[in-house]
Design a protein around this ligand. Structure first.
Ligand code: PLP
Length: 422
């Protein structure tokens, strides 16, 4: 793979598009952000026409692969009639009913466009429902780029006091956050036992730390949060923007058997189109008719909801999650074997169809793991496999055993070329 056309496109793009990428995190792709001409199933083709096995999967949405015909047909059908109307239309309730059917304990939802937005409105509902202000988030967890939650996302930001993640953020915006430690049951207990006094409205948690090491919740951790939130009148919010419709049809709530009060879905909910939702208890979400403001011109637009409906139909097929599990287990076995043969490079973590490479002796980070992984990802790109800079690996039902075996083979070659691993 020459990647030359992508290098040239990146140079050109920077003269019009600030930074040369449309989402800040994409700039960390090494050796260069890849420019795609065409994407289908588990593959993308670059501007030179070279084909790559894709483990980026658009950073999460494509559980069924690129351009799934069922999603595209549904979208094309509605597009012949309307694009956006700003009024009611039947897909609003059909898609909502389909989502509620998939998610354990879900009674109502509100539509939004992105995960970032949906997290914001979920926090607003939680504050309205409790009359309290503060929110517990966990160190390193990512909940979108908004000022109020983009804090303590760095490797070292583990203190209870939040640390802003970007220049230009007002410290007032995240002053209501309290930073907890994931899987620390004692610390969570100590914090939530004083929830009334500390003015805690919500606990916001990504149940597997999807963007910071992909970790199963410790036995009893989510259950303890559930019990303490009930005892102290705190709203438990699962950020299922990555886990939703990926680690089980009903996301983390189904996989771990713990039902939150609210959950936030994005990414995979619309099979590659832009849509998000806050889903959960009717008594909380019905506050939208009792003073909680929620709006958005493109909320519940017909095109995206046609995609949601199709994507929910795909997720309801009984074989989907066993296919995802088989392929992901094969990836873990084949690529994991290559990794352990190479000695002490790193570990592969997996929860369902989300994996992450974690280098030995280093943490993972949102932007990029750097070091060894950068070199590996760079070498893999040159041999026709695209990995995320953070070491995360997204599988889809479109990845075949052949794709995975090819990946393992190339991975072995890349590791042998790596000076650090020999
Ligand atoms: C991607 C992500 C978000 C933000 O969603 P956007 O659609 O990118 O705004 C929130 N939470 C988690 C866990 C995510 O991975």
């Amino acid at each position: 793979m020459a990647i030359e056309s992508s290098r040239a496109a990146f140079e050109r793009t920077r003269n019009s598009l600030a930074g040369g990428v449309s989402s800040g995190l994409r700039a960390s792709m090494r050796p260069t952000p890849l420019f795609v001409d065409r994407a289908h199933g588990a593959h993308v083709w670059d501007l030179d026409g070279d084909r790559y096995v894709d483990y980026v999967m658009a950073w999460g949405p494509l559980v069924h692969g690129h351009s799934h015909p069922h999603v595209l047909e549904s979208v094309q059908r509605v597009m012949a009639d309307m694009q956006v109307v700003g009024m009611g239309h039947p897909l609003e309730y059909r898609a909502a009913e389909a989502v509620l059917e998939s998610v354990p304990g879900a009674q109502r939802l509100v539509w939004a466009n992105t995960g970032t937005e949906a997290v914001q409105v979920a926090l607003r509902f939680a504050r309205a429902a409790t009359g309290r202000n503060r929110v517990v988030k966990f160190a390193k967890a990512y909940h979108g780029w908004h000022d109020s939650v983009y804090a303590s996302v760095g490797d070292d930001d583990t203190a209870e006091t939040p640390v802003g993640g970007s220049r230009g953020q007002s410290p007032n915006a995240y002053a209501d956050l309290i930073v907890g430690r994931f899987n620390d049951i004692d610390a969570a207990t100590a914090l939530l036992e004083r929830a009334e006094e500390r003015d805690i409205a919500a606990v916001l948690i990504d149940p597997i730390m999807s963007n910071a090491g992909v970790t199963d919740p410790a036995p009893g951790f989510l259950e303890t949060l559930r019990t303490l939130c009930d005892e102290h009148g705190v709203v438990l919010i699962f950020d299922e923007v990555i886990t939703g419709f990926r680690i089980a049809r009903g996301g983390a709530a189904e996989r771990f058997g713990v039902t939150p009060d609210l959950s936030v879905f994005g990414k995979a909910i619309a099979g590659g189109f832009t849509q998000s939702a806050v889903v959960g208890r009717a008594d909380i979400l019905d506050l939208v008719t009792d003073g909680v403001m929620h709006a958005g011109t493109f909320n519940g637009n017909p095109v995206a909801l046609a995609a949601v409906t199709a994507s929910m139909e795909l997720c309801a097929a009984p074989e989907v999650y066993s296919i995802l599990e088989d392929r992901s287990a094969l990836f873990e076995a084949e690529v994991g074997a290559v990794l352990s043969d190479a000695g002490s490079v790193g570990d592969l973590r997996r929860v369902g169809s989300l994996l992450q490479f974690v280098p030995h002796g280093r943490g993972t980070s949102l932007h990029g793991t750097g070091g060894t992984w950068s070199e590996i990802a760079g070498a893999m790109l040159e041999s026709g496999v695209v990995f995320m800079p953070s070491g995360k690996i997204f599988l889809s039902t479109a990845h075949t055993a052949e794709d995975i075996r090819l990946t393992a083979e190339r991975f072995g070659e890349a590791l042998r070329r790596l000076p650090a691993a020999t």
